[in-house]
Every structure is written in structure tokens, then in C-alpha cells.
Design a protein around this ligand. Structure first.
Ligand code: NAG
Length: 441
């Protein structure tokens, strides 16, 4: 039986070719299928620094008041390849008994990294990913540090062979630390877990006791569905969760129950590949990266109890030609000086050839090319904004393997003969070190 007339069939086919063609072309660009020869930005030797002891640090934050960088690193070069749930690396969690990640503070002037000793926490597995740093409003010489920790699921999955598919291999949670700026220690305050925290990736704090966190995948293990989830931009299966939790005074003994006093709700759903999360230009602005679509969504956080909705509202989208990861907003401290221009903007780092990641992520010796983008808002006469995008740095994977976060730290124009320059710090989930590169703004 003929269901459709020939002209309807042709029209449908034409539409399918058109829409899928556009979609496939965009994907081919973002995933780097067409980037056969990844390029490397030329940098003078004096303008690139490899920071010692920064192995596999996924996230990076610049804390303006203390002029320091914070990161969480895996430290041991093998761990990620044996156990890292976000890359579906579940081969051998026994490595976690021996090697633990740690928090680091980097001085952007000296380019030296210091590991923090953590009271109440040393000796516990710490499988690092996204972090957040928040100045303690009660004690401005201190900060809260929030960090994702991808622990193995304590439920006895190993006892049943083969393990049932619906028992997740990881049970990731969030750790809360408190740190006195300028010291080499931190204190673990508590762990946070809630059933809505499934595949946490990155987080932002809106107060010491509230966080937004992304779940980066619906499908937790490799296979066709996870592949489809990444490749198909309409697979809007990820979300952002809002968490509120209790915190005792930093001096009291650590809370041992990760569920105690935690409430949560979905703050953004039906989102493709939610990944990095960052603060924006003003207090309630948020930047959410769709990693696999290469799109940075700029949105507004619900404003407390006065707001009718408790959901994030997406207002704007910035599209990039590669996958993207943790966004950061560079607020230019020398805006309007020297060249009279405000060089503030969003910085995002991603992969030049994301389509090879499924293969390279299991290989300690592989390379993952990187692309770091800068997007500045250019005001239009009609009051609107056009995002001017520029590649700040790219590499074929030799100087840095993978990029998941990048931040700009401005250089005083007087030290650069009036030129506007900055140090760009780039890090990756499998980079052997954080690199600092001097760039033009
Ligand atoms: C997986 O883990 C086992 C130890 O349990 C180890 O012998 C093997 O080399 C690991 N495989 C890979 C690909 O790293």
C-alpha cells in the first residue's frame, strides 16, 4: 500500500537531506573530521611555560582577590587511563588505593604549583574533575573549594557476574573544602551526594551552601547509545542540578554523611551534552557549555525567592568550531587603559579532533589536539550584541594534550610597552602539565 504520493516523498527526502546534511556538516566541523592536519600556534620560547607538577588537571579557576589559580589534579599519569568515569575508563579501580588526586594552587607570576595538604582527607580516594572556588563571605581571607570526586560505586557490583547493566560503576560526589589563602593546607568539611548527582562534571557556587552542577551524560558507559548521545545535537538528555546543603562552621568536625541536609532539584533539563559551567559578566549570569555541540549557552540564574521559576533561562548561544569544555569569563582589569579598549570576554577550551577521543582516551601515549577560543561581546547600534570569536591558541597535542579549561590573567600594559597582553593558562584532563602562553588580547 502506498502511503505517500511521490511528490511528498521527494519533498520529505529533500528535507531530510537538507537538515541532516547541515547537521552532519556542523558535526564534522565540531568533531574535527575535516581537520586532518591540526595546526600549532607559533610561540616564542620565552612566551610558553610548562608548570611543573600539574599532571592531568581538568579544571582551572582564577581567584581575583588573591591573584591565584586553583586546580584539582590527578597527579599520577596512569590513574586517568585505569579509572575515569567521564571517559568511560573503568578498567582498574584498584589503582585508587595507591594514587589520589589533589588540590593545587598556582601562582600566575612565578608559574609554580603547590599541592594543598588536606586535613581530614589525606588517604582518601580523590578522582578529580570540575572545581569551584568561592570567597567565604564571613572571612574574606579564606575560600571554599568545591570539587567533583568520581568514586567507584560502593555497592557490590563485582559480586554478580556479569554485573547488571543498571548498577552504575561510579558513584560520584562533591567534596567541600575550606582554605586560608596563602597557606599550603585545606580542610575537608563534608561530602555531598544526592540521587540527582549522576555524572557530575562541573559546578558553580552561588553561596557557601548552594551549587549548580552539570550531569554530562545520560548513558554512563560506552556503546551505541552514548555515541548517539554525543553525536546527535537533538539528544537533549543532560541537565543542570541545583543543590542546597548544610555546612557547619569550618572549625567543627567534618560531616560524615554525604546525604545529610542535602536538597536538590533540576534547574535546567532537555539540554544537549551539558558540561562546563561558569560564571558570567554579572552576578546572575551563567555560561553552560554543550561540549559535543560546541555551543556556549549564556543564561540567567533564577534570582532567589522573588523569582517565579526556579529554572535557568537560556538567553543566548555562542557557537564554536570545535567541542568546548569549561568556560571562564575574563574580566579585564585594565579595561579602557593603554589602547582604550575593554578586552573582557569568555574563554573556552576544547578538542581539535574530538572524534578520536573514544580511542585516544584509553591510550597513555596518544595526542589530543586543542583549540582555545575567546569570545568578546561587541555592542551593536540596535542595542544587541554580536559575539566576536577568535582562536587564542591551538596545538596539535605536542605541547599540551587535551584542553578542558583556559583562563586569562592580564599583564599590566606598562610592562609590555603599552601593548595589551595576557598569560593564557590552559589545562586538559589528560595534559601532562598546565601550560601558560603569552597572548595578545
Ligand atoms: C586493566 O587492568 C589490569 C589490572 O586489573 C591491567 O593488567 C591491564 O593492563 C589494564 N588494561 C589497560 C588497557 O590498561
Amino acid at each position: 500500500m502506498k502511503l505517500l504520493g511521490p511528490s511528498v516523498t521527494v519533498a520529505l527526502l529533500a528535507y531530510a537531506i537538507y537538515s541532516w546534511g547541515t547537521f552532519i556538516y556542523h558535526n564534522a566541523i565540531v568533531f574535527g573530521f575535516l581537520r586532518t592536519n591540526p595546526l600549532s600556534t607559533h610561540v616564542q620560547q620565552a612566551d610558553i611555560v610548562y608548570i611543573p607538577d600539574t599532571v592531568h588537571c581538568e579544571d582551572l579557576h582564577y581567584h581575583g582577590p588573591s591573584k591565584t589559580l586553583f586546580t584539582a589534579c590527578e597527579d599520577h599519569p596512569e590513574t586517568r587511563f585505569q579509572w575515569f568515569p567521564p571517559l568511560t575508563n573503568f578498567n582498574d579501580s584498584s589503582i585508587l588505593k595507591t594514587y589520589h588526586g589533589s588540590l593545587h594552587v598556582i601562582d600566575p607570576e612565578t608559574k609554580k604549583s603547590q599541592r594543598l595538604e588536606v586535613e581530614n582527607f589525606n588517604g582518601r580516594p580523590f578522582i578529580t574533575h570540575g572545581i569551584e572556588v568561592l570567597t567565604d563571605p564571613e572571612q574574606p581571607n579564606t575560600v571554599y573549594i568545591y570539587a567533583v570526586n568520581h568514586l567507584p560505586n560502593p555497592e557490590p557490583v563485582i559480586a554478580i557476574h556479569p554485573p547488571p547493566a543498571d548498577v552504575p560503576k561510579a558513584r560520584s560526589q562533591i567534596e567541600v573544602f575550606h582554605h586560608v589563602l596563602g597557606t599550603s593546607t585545606a580542610r575537608h568539611l563534608r561530602s555531598i551526594w544526592h540521587p540527582l548527582i549522576r555524572t557530575p562534571n562541573d559546578l558553580i557556587a552561588t553561596s557557601p551552601t548552594s551549587l549548580y552542577v552539570t550531569n554530562d551524560h545520560f548513558y554512563r558507559d560506552h556503546g551505541t547509545m552514548r555515541f548517539l548521545e554525543d553525536m546527535y545535537a537533538n539528544a537533549k538528555w543532560t541537565d543542570v542540578i541545583y543543590l542546597q546543603f548544610a555546612l557547619e562552621a569550618p572549625s567543627t568536625p567534618a560531616e560524615t554523611d554525604a546525604l545529610a541536609g542535602v536538597t536538590a532539584h533540576v534547574a535546567l533539563d532537555k539540554f544537549h551534552s551539558a558540561n562546563g559551567l561558569g560564571h558570567g559578566r554579572y552576578k546572575d549570569e551563567v555560561a553552560i557549555a554543550s561540549a559535543a555541540s560546541g555551543v556556549l549557552s549564556i543564561g540567567q540564574l533564577p534570582s532567589g525567592s522573588t523569582s517565579k521559576s526556579n529554572m535557568i533561562t537560556v538567553l543566548n548561544r555562542i557557537e564554536f568550531d570545535s567541542t568546548i569544555d569549561n568556560p571562564s569569563y575574563f574580566s579585564d582589569p585594565y579595561a579602557g587603559t593603554a589602547d582604550g579598549v575593554d578586552h573582557s570576554g569568555f574563554v573556552v577550551a576544547g578538542l581539535g579532533k574530538a572524534h578520536t577521543l573514544a580511542e585516544t582516551s584509553k591510550k597513555p601515549e596518544a595526542k589530543d589536539p586543542v583549540m582555545v577560543w575567546f569570545a568578546k561581546a561587541i555592542k551593536q547600534e540596535d542595542g544587541g550584541v554580536v559575539w566576536e570569536k577568535r582562536l587564542l591558541f591551538e596545538d596539535d597535542g605536542s605541547r599540551i594534550r587535551s584542553a578542558s579549561a583556559a583562563v586569562l590573567v592580564a599583564i599590566d600594559p606598562e610592562k609590555e610597552g603599552g601593548q595589551r597582553k595576557a598569560w593564557l593558562f590552559v589545562t586538559g584532563f589528560v595534559s601532562s602539565s598546565v601550560v601558560a602562553v603569552k597572548v595578545d588580547l
